[in-house]
Design a protein around this ligand. Sequence first.
Ligand SMILES: O=C(O)c1cccc(O)c1O
Ligand SMILES: [Fe+2]
Length: 297
Amino acid sequence: MIELVDIAYVRSGAADLAGAVRFATEVVGLEHVDGGEPGVAHLRADGRHHCLAFVEGVSGVIASAFTVADPGALALAETELETRGFAVRRGDAAEARSRRVSEFVAFDDPFGNRIELVVGQQTLARPVRFARGSGITEFGHLCLDAPDITEAHRFWSTTFNARASDWIGDAACLMRIDEVHHKLAVFQGDRPGLCHVNFQVAELDDVFRNWHHLQDHDVVIEMGPGRHPQSGAVFLYFLGPEGLTYEYSYGVRRITDEAAWRPRFFDPAERGSIDMWLGPTQKPITQPQLIPEGIRP
Ligand SMILES: O=C(O)c1cccc(O)c1O
Ligand SMILES: [Fe+2]
């Protein structure tokens, strides 16, 4: 079993790099860390050098990355994945540099999501220079799409140390790799993809201030503000450029008594199973990664 220590970053293609960066900074509030690398923009939310990288090119997720403990663990992970039949590729020095990691390997999960395992992700010591006061405290979780979430859970909980914290029927499995209720979620979707990226905010008020900020900037609010019954977090989903869905949330549950926690099963057809405040959920929470330009709301 491979032990995931943390989430590291999401790397995504951006057809309009400047537009994606403008939104990630001025709207979301992230810091643009100027890495001096043409065609690549790094966005920072916490101690990590970046948790989101946009690469100029075809829009859509390139990879979702997790940290493992050290180079020895990475080498063992590589062998274990190969034993399990996955084609694993070592990143070269230039690729590692662009990701601000010392080493990484890449493989596709059984559903076609590109996953990277990294070591030595760079930490920046100086405080984050948030582009605006959105209250972001950290990169909270990433959510992948897969056609069968039971299979996805099997994969993540047997190959890796992910544990189911809660299920939303056959629509979603929320998984933890540490005390945080979930840092990885898998939502049912026809195709692989990145369902959303989540940023935690410091206060309840931040969620509502951000809601107004988004509305002032004509951003498409996909759902919320509401409260998830699973993590207990107050949330807000909104749509950014390149089809990327962002989520702010406040107050995610921590599971401190690992032995005592039993995953719960919520019925997705039941009102309130995603939003305890029973807000409108007219937009499905699983978003295709790419929404064709013409039908973008
Ligand atoms: O935080 C949660 O519990 C949650 C539940 C459903 C869907 C999500 O994206 C979540 O983050
Ligand atoms: Fe989420």
